[in-house]
Design a protein around this ligand. Structure first.
Ligand SMILES: Nc1ncnc2c1ncn2[C@@H]1O[C@H](COP(=O)(O)OP(=O)(O)OP(=O)(O)O)[C@@H](O)[C@H]1O
Length: 349
């Protein structure tokens, strides 16, 4: 099912939670709504689900205006972080619930329900837990059962609000991959809310970046990361160094290979992996010294301190990132003076 949101606005009292949202999601996409806390992600999800009414604007599902339809008549399944399983029911009964409460005419027979629930349990790879109660499951298992329960009624759209929010980092990582694979298998149009940019980039085919109730950018993970529409997106979707071309940064930026081709744009954002460092003759006149470094696994993050000419001013630390081998080859020690080479910058004004 495709989703079209046209001019959606929503206020709570005087507070504008959503401000003229226009968004088109083609059938079968796996979309991440990404943004800082309070930017309106959950409100938008609830409006699509029919759990909240917009003040203005329309929600079209497969081209049909469903704005005034009740949540139960939209063909949407949802999994919310705090939308707990029924504690007094077994895993099996939790998943069967949606099928058993269907109107008599649409309700499958008990044998059919049994088959379907076991199929879903195999899909989420937890068939062996069918007779347990929710309290006897781990957090990750509970989330997978909640997803199986949402899928039981064959929704045309799946909405997930911070589905892995409460889980620890390694379980989260496994479930991300698992959700991606599951989506490949089922191809249900799905939207999940997250404030974790890594999660959005890793799982989604499309990322929608929200801020203060507005869409800042929509695109594939690589479009968002490599071509951020503005400074907010650039900062939010990955670590970046911010330089100002109109002050004393200008001299060393030019030394580092930066060319300003738009005179209006004076702020350069440079990703740490777009900075290389050198310990050559150039370095003696460089304002940078090696302050510290950290191992990130396959890469090293280097902290560079910069001298500033104005007394009493301190420049922010500059971060560079490089493969372990490159760092080893440089044979650096703390306090070494280094020259910077910048491969690429994004310019904003
Ligand atoms: N029922 C409500 N009454 C009043 N204000 C609300 C209500 N629901 C949400 N808000 C406000 O609207 C804004 C957007 O809330 P929303 O839950 O959509 O944000 P979010 O992006 O999902 O945030 P988080 O990542 O923290 O969950 C917030 O400032 C919130 O306080």
């Amino acid at each position: 099912m495709s989703i079209l949101l046209s001019n959606i606005s929503k206020k709570f009292g005087d507070f504008v939670a959503l401000d003229h949202i226009n968004l088109e999601i083609p059938e079968g996409e796996l979309v991440a709504l990404l943004g800082p806390s309070g930017c309106g992600k959950t409100t938008l999800l609830r409006i699509i689900a029919g759990l909240e009414q917009p003040d203005s604007g329309r929600v079209l599902l497969s081209g049909e205006d469903k704005t005034d339809y009740h949540a139960s008549h939209r063909g949407i399944g949802f999994v919310f972080q705090h939308y707990a399983l029924f504690r007094h029911m077994t895993v099996f009964d939790n998943i069967a619930f949606g099928l058993r409460v269907k109107p008599r005419k649409e309700r499958p027979g008990e044998a059919m329900i049994r088959r379907k629930v076991h199929e879903l349990l195999q899909l989420v790879q937890l068939d062996w837990l069918h007779d347990r109660y929710p309290d006897q499951l781990s957090g990750g298992q509970r989330q997978r059962i909640a997803l199986a329960r949402a899928l039981a009624v064959e929704p045309s759209v799946l909405l997930l609000d911070e589905p892995f929010g409460a889980l620890d980092a390694s379980v989260r990582k496994d479930l991300r991959q698992w959700l991606r694979n599951l989506h490949h298998e089922l191809n249900v149009t799905s939207i999940f809310v997250t404030h974790d940019q890594e999660e959005a980039m890793e799982v989604a085919s499309q990322v929608v970046v929200l801020n203060h109730g507005r869409i800042e950018q929509q695109g594939s993970p690589s479009e968002i990361y490599d071509h951020p529409a503005n400074a907010f997106v650039s900062k939010f979707v990955g670590q970046t160094n911010v330089f100002h071309f109109d002050n004393e940064d200008k001299i060393w930026l030019q030394h580092a290979g930066i060319v300003l081709d738009d005179p209006e744009a004076l702020i350069a954002h440079v990703r740490p992996h777009d900075i290389d460092i050198e310990k050559n003759a150039d370095a003696s006149s460089s304002p940078f010294t090696l302050k510290d470094w950290q191992h990130l696994g396959s890469a090293i993050r280097v902290e560079l301190a910069r001298e500033v000419r104005e007394q009493g001013k301190r420049a922010p630390v500059v971060y560079a990132q490089m493969p372990n081998e490159r760092f080893k080859a440089l044979q650096l020690a703390k306090g070494d003076r280094v020259a910077l080479r910048i491969r690429h910058a994004h310019w904003f004004n």
